[in-house]
Design a protein around this ligand. Structure first.
Ligand code: ZN
Length: 63
């Protein structure tokens, strides 16, 4: 159980990182940019990924 369980696969499929336009994937309670050089992580609120640069955190330091 988790927020990401509520994200339809089709929604993840059309989502893209607003910074580099790379697709994203689920990771924990966030969606993370697939580009390892970018790796921004976006929060998920009420099951909806918040694809805003101002809300993103870097996922690089988390390994
Ligand atoms: Zn990105």
């Amino acid at each position: 159980m988790g927020w990401f369980d509520m994200i339809p696969a089709v929604l993840l499929d059309i989502l893209a990182c607003p910074v580099c336009r790379t697709s994203v994937h689920e990771k924990g309670d966030q969606v993370v940019c697939d580009d390892p050089a970018c790796a921004l992580a976006y929060p998920v609120q009420d099951g909806i990924p918040v694809m805003l640069v101002g809300e993103a955190t870097s996922d690089i330091r988390k390994g």
